[in-house]
Write a protein that binds this ligand. Structure first.
Ligand code: MF3
Ligand code: CO
Length: 253
């Protein structure tokens, strides 16, 4: 488990801030009628503008800047010609590399006018992320995060996908430790100042069994139920937590 120096933290802070700005811009473009490929093209321009490197493109051969997963697609969908419809749900997942250091964040969004049930599902994912973030402080254990996340998810009547987890993050996109979306309080590795982790609840409103689609990347639900993901990269500080990928105006949920 690597702990970051002040200098490394500063790079991740700057990268995370840019990632927050980029995701906020992309979220504003989401509306019925656009395709997820439109979002990828917008992302290309934003990465040029901010002069940062995408974290996912080339990662194990992944071809794109974004993962844009819609409805029954849970995570890791390559942007494509799928048109977004009123009432759909979308996760936009993105990574930034600055000074060779990664930050990773995703936004869960409703497309156009969603039903109250759909809104509740998306909101629960965002609230679960923040419930996890609130457990981050020195001395608390990684299991405290997962426990808090699963409580919120189960409370809403949903399930987490057990094999999809958050992770440590730094020079590599995925570092130790695994940050499970379930867990026992006071269990697992202890958090120390300087640890940077990505917290990413991934939930479904049906059966959590998933499969890989023909594109080799997209993970979708077997039963066609919907999945959603939200994510922040956070730093364990001396006194608690700093969210490195906060978007402008974003407040905890
Ligand atoms: N946030 C995703 C994760 O931590 C990023 C996936 S990168 C990809 O798994 F290249 F696999 F898409
Ligand atoms: Co991640």
């Amino acid at each position: 488990m690597s702990l970051k120096s002040e200098k490394e933290i500063d790079s991740m802070r700057r990268g995370g801030k840019i990632l927050g700005l980029i995701l906020a811009e992309l979220e504003k473009l989401v509306r019925p009628g656009i395709t997820t490929l439109d979002l990828e093209h917008a992302a290309e321009k934003l990465f040029e503008q901010y002069k940062v490197r995408p974290g996912f493109k080339g990662y194990h051969g992944y071809p794109s800047i974004l993962c844009t997963s819609v409805n029954e697609e849970v995570v890791h969908t390559i942007p494509n010609k799928r048109v977004l419809n009123d009432g759909d749900i979308l996760s936009i997942d993105c990574g930034v590399i600055l000074d060779n250091l990664n930050t990773d964040s995703a936004v869960a969004v409703c497309v156009g006018k969603c039903s109250p049930e759909t809104k509740k599902f998306v909101d629960t994912c965002i609230r679960a992320t923040w419930a996890g973030i609130r457990q981050v402080k020195p001395g608390n254990k990684i299991g405290d995060i997962g426990h808090a996340i699963e409580r919120v998810v189960r409370g809403g009547g949903y399930r987490v996908v057990p094999e999809l987890t958050g992770h440590g993050i730094g020079y590599k996109l995925h570092e130790e430790p695994y940050v499970y979306n379930y867990g026992k309080p006071h269990n697992g590795p202890a958090m120390k100042p300087g640890l940077t982790i990505a917290i990413e609840p991934i939930l479904v409103n049906g059966n959590p069994k998933i499969y890989t689609e023909k594109d080799g990347w997209t993970l979708s639900t077997k039963d066609g139920s919907w999945g959603i993901q939200h994510e922040h990269t956070v730093l364990v500080t001396e006194s608690g937590v700093e969210v490195l990928t906060l978007r402008p105006g974003e407040v905890s949920a």
